[in-house]
Design a protein around this ligand. Structure first.
Ligand code: C2O
Ligand code: CU
Ligand code: CU
Length: 502
């Protein structure tokens, strides 16, 4: 059986540390945790321009839906505390790593510095250590749904799948649009878990790493099928994050269309009606829902979606013979829709209309540079299966892509493999121009875009404000950990300024 040795080593050492920790976990400690942590997720809003939060990553027992589970969490909560700030605010996060592994924090989608103690994914915070993250949200930062999660290469999938993720909301112009403001706001953080009957996490070997691990316990805000109530004729603003490490959600609400008002990077120019919403890992959607049917209960469904080509399923080079059971694991997509949450309304209010206009999304200027990224998988001698950009698997020391600050680039993303890959880049949001040459129907700010097998997606990205080193990667985090990541260096050269769009 061929496996990836370093990874196996990490998995083994992790399981043994966890076993030791669990043996030490006293009853008193568990009760203490339950008292402290089983309440509704904590919300931390900035005040007088400052958001200061103590955040601790833990491995402990918590109440997940109706089950006791031993999972990873920030401050003992699934999902982690919701952080809220405004443009111009200073953020200070006093982080403690109580995990048996090193970790760090990435602020997914925020346009903030990538060096020092800001959104620096190259930091390594050892077990037991503390670290203070500090940065400022730029004055012109768009309002939107952002989030935070671990980002230490090699451990990202495992830690995120363990439960470590939280919302980071930036409030601003979009929230002030009267119809949006009048809507009742709810958040929906989607996470999946793989637990045994005792509530212990399944080990990596029992999960399908190659296709990206999935669990069959799907939680919405850490609950099973939570209920959202809104007044009849009212408007619901549902702000959704896919915080799963690999699972896609194909959402549909019985008898109600979604009106998309914002994507990853902020508002659209006007609402876009859709009957279904596909959210790949890391993607966010801000939708309005009109409560204009018969008062009652309506299920929010997750429809089946196949993200792995049939050629990859249990046959050929990835069959069980070569990779072993652990590498494939459970991998058959659900064939039935699943209920994620329920929306209900009864009492009636005066009808709240949909907004007509939101916030303009400007077309970007022509690019100074066009690059091409081919996404695929293959065997690396002596290492095993790896996931690749342009034929190469991730090397921490190598700079893969060097760009100039204050320029605009077009990136052509080509998937020549057999699985879906949601492409993600840090720090700067982009606009999707076309898929297979077909122009996108509307402009939107994105930081994750799905590239299907055989597909070519063209994106345009302004590189603004922040120089330094960061990454782009597949947001199926097992693929990222198995090499589908590149280092991006943003250089503040002496090129003329102002070529970027503002
Ligand atoms: Cu949400 Cu580099 O990722
Ligand atoms: Cu990110
Ligand atoms: Cu991928």
């Amino acid at each position: 059986m061929k496996t990836i040795n370093r990874r196996k080593f990490l998995i083994l050492s992790y399981s043994s540390v966890i076993a030791t920790l669990m043996a030490q976990c006293s009853i008193a400690n568990t009760q203490e945790n339950q008292r402290k942590f089983s309440s509704y997720p904590q919300i931390n809003q900035s005040q007088y321009g400052i958001l200061e939060v103590d955040l601790t990553a833990n491995f402990n027992q918590i109440n997940l839906g109706n089950k006791q589970a031993y999972v990873l969490s920030y401050n003992g909560q699934i999902p982690g505390p919701r952080l809220e700030a405004k443009p111009g605010d200073t953020i200070r996060i006093n982080f403690t790593n109580n995990l048996p592994q090193p970790t760090n924090i990435h602020y997914h989608g925020l346009h903030i510095p990538i060096t020092g103690n800001a959104d620096n994914v190259f930091l390594n915070i050892p077990p037991g250590d503390r670290f203070t993250y500090q940065f400022q949200i730029p004055e012109n930062h768009p309002a939107g749904i952002f989030w935070y999660h671990p980002h230490l290469h090699g451990l990202v999938a495992e830690q995120l799948f363990g439960g470590l993720a939280g919302l980071f909301i930036v409030r601003g112009e979009l929230d002030e649009i009267p119809e949006v403001k009048a809507a009742s706001e709810q958040f929906l953080v989607l996470q999946d878990f793989a637990l045994d009957e005792k509530g212990n996490m399944l080990r990596s070997e029992e999960l399908s790493i190659m296709t990206g691990r999935e669990g069959n316990l799907i939680t919405a805000n850490g609950q099973f099928n939570p209920n959202f109530t809104i007044p009849a004729q009212g408007l619901l603003r549902l702000r959704i994050l896919n915080a799963s490490s690999s699972r896609f959600y194909r959402l549909s609400l019985e008898e109600h269309p979604f009106y998309l008002i914002a994507t990853d990077g902020g508002a659209l120019a006007e609402p876009v009606e859709m009957s279904e919403l596909l959210l790949t890992p890391g993607e966010r959607a801000d939708v309005l829902i009109q409560a204009n049917r018969e008062p009652g209960k309506y299920p929010l469904l997750n429809l089946p979606y196949e993200r792995v080509g049939m050629g990859m399923m249990g046959r050929g080079m990835m069959g069980r013979g070569m990779m072993g059971r652990g590498m494939m694991g459970r991998n058959i997509p659900e064939s039935q829709p699943q209920v994620l949450a329920t929306l209900s309304y009864d009492t009636q209010v005066a009808a709240v209309p949909l907004p007509k206009k939101l916030i303009p999304v400007p077309a970007l200027p022509e690019p100074q540079k066009v690059r091409r990224f081919q996404m695929n998988h293959g065997m690396i001698p002596g290492q095993g299966m790896a996931f690749l950009f342009n034929g190469q698997s991730y090397q921490p020391e190598r700079i893969d892509t060097q760009v100039q600050l204050n320029t605009v680039e077009d990136w052509e993303l080509i998937n020549t493999g057999m699985m879906d890959h949601p492409f993600h880049v840090h720090t700067n949001a982009f606009q999707v121009l076309s898929r297979d040459g077909k122009p996108e129907p509307y402009h939107a700010w994105k930081d994750v875009v799905l590239v299907r097998p055989g597909e070519t997606v063209l994106i345009r990205m302004p590189l603004r404000d922040f120089a330094g080193k960061t990454v782009y990667h597949c947001h199926i985090l097992d693929h990222e950990d198995l090499g589908m990541m590149g280092n991006l260096e943003i250089i503040a050269g002496n090129r003329e300024q102002g070529t970027g769009n503002s």
